[in-house]
Design a protein around this ligand. Sequence first.
Ligand SMILES: *[C@@H]1O[C@H](CO)[C@@H](O)[C@H](O)[C@H]1NC(C)=O
Ligand SMILES: *[C@@H]1O[C@H](CO)[C@@H](O)[C@H](O)[C@H]1NC(C)=O
Ligand SMILES: *[C@@H]1O[C@H](CO)[C@@H](O)[C@H](O)[C@H]1NC(C)=O
Ligand SMILES: *[C@@H]1O[C@H](CO)[C@@H](O)[C@H](O)[C@H]1NC(C)=O
Ligand SMILES: *[C@@H]1O[C@H](CO)[C@@H](O)[C@H](O)[C@H]1NC(C)=O
Ligand SMILES: *[C@@H]1O[C@H](CO)[C@@H](O)[C@H](O)[C@H]1NC(C)=O
Ligand SMILES: *[C@@H]1O[C@H](CO)[C@@H](O)[C@H](O)[C@H]1NC(C)=O
Ligand SMILES: *[C@@H]1O[C@H](CO)[C@@H](O)[C@H](O)[C@H]1NC(C)=O
Length: 250
Amino acid sequence: MISFTNKLTSSSFRVFFTLLLLSCFHVFGSSSPAGQKEADALLKWKASLDDQTQSFLSSWDGNGHCNWTGIICDKSTSVSRLNLSSSGLKGTLHGFNFSTFPKLTVLDLSSNYLSGTIPSDVGNLSRLTYLDLSSNYLFGEIPASIGNLTNLLILYLYKNSLSGSIPQQIGMLKSLNRLALTENNLVGFLPPSIGNLANLSYLYLYSNNISGSIPKEIGMLGSLEVLYLNNNSLIGEIPASIGVKYPRRF
Ligand SMILES: *[C@@H]1O[C@H](CO)[C@@H](O)[C@H](O)[C@H]1NC(C)=O
Ligand SMILES: *[C@@H]1O[C@H](CO)[C@@H](O)[C@H](O)[C@H]1NC(C)=O
Ligand SMILES: *[C@@H]1O[C@H](CO)[C@@H](O)[C@H](O)[C@H]1NC(C)=O
Ligand SMILES: *[C@@H]1O[C@H](CO)[C@@H](O)[C@H](O)[C@H]1NC(C)=O
Ligand SMILES: *[C@@H]1O[C@H](CO)[C@@H](O)[C@H](O)[C@H]1NC(C)=O
Ligand SMILES: *[C@@H]1O[C@H](CO)[C@@H](O)[C@H](O)[C@H]1NC(C)=O
Ligand SMILES: *[C@@H]1O[C@H](CO)[C@@H](O)[C@H](O)[C@H]1NC(C)=O
Ligand SMILES: *[C@@H]1O[C@H](CO)[C@@H](O)[C@H](O)[C@H]1NC(C)=O
């Protein structure tokens, strides 16, 4: 009799715990602990943005962040893509915790009203292949840490108010296919390290105030198809090395 009661108790406990577990998964929308960290970080960033932006992000409400506007997760419920292009976002990137998204491969925040500087923590997004912050109101320098994003294929920072010179670390982005920094206030020399970008097809730098001569290393860009350097303060000759691969356009 006693043993029967015990069995009953233990099996009802099992049912109870199963229900408890199920209700947990229901509440958190199948987020793993790492996923929950990402959801918290996203909510923190949302809270730092202006009120109108927060109402645009009304789907960001704590239930299963993989289903939120602009977010795509991988199988482990880690954020792999964040695309809020043309979403009327107003605010800065400073409330965004770049250290919380180890699986992020695509970050597209183009065509918004983001202002402030590009935090150097952006260099912590080690898996990033696509970074588009174009057509915003970002100012300050391009952080040197951008050179740590060695998996980048696409880097678009055009149409902002970025100043300072192009960091020499840009040459560390060995996989880069497209680089567009046009329509900013960039000054200084075009770093010779640009010649390291063996896979670069598109190099758009027009409408800045880049000075000095065009480094001869530009001739090392064996994959270059399109090059725009117009409307800068470049001087000197067009390096003969550039003719080796005959880019289609200038
Ligand atoms: C995702 O959101 C849509 C509406 O935005 C809803 O219909 C759907 O049930 C949600 N899916 C999950 C798994 O929460
Ligand atoms: C982001 O979404 C927009 C449309 O909402 C789309 O045009 C764009 O290609 C997307 N970006 C990426 C990197 O997929
Ligand atoms: C950012 O996220 C990392 C990893 O999740 C965490 O250790 C750190 O404390 C967070 N930073 C802030 C400012 O919340
Ligand atoms: C993030 O980047 C900063 C430099 O901007 C660095 O000091 C910090 O250690 C990085 N954090 C992680 C978790 O990689
Ligand atoms: C970038 O890498 C360098 C070492 O190569 C390291 O010192 C620096 O902290 C890294 N920065 C970020 C933002 O990860
Ligand atoms: C450059 O592109 C080629 C062909 O697409 C690819 O095989 C190679 O791995 C790329 N190199 C780098 C450093 O990404
Ligand atoms: C040249 O670039 C400056 C910014 O450096 C911009 O204000 C101006 O409109 C550009 N001119 C042309 C003709 O594109
Ligand atoms: C461009 O930079 C040069 C110095 O390199 C400066 O004399 C000139 O005024 C700048 N032009 C603009 C439009 O800012």
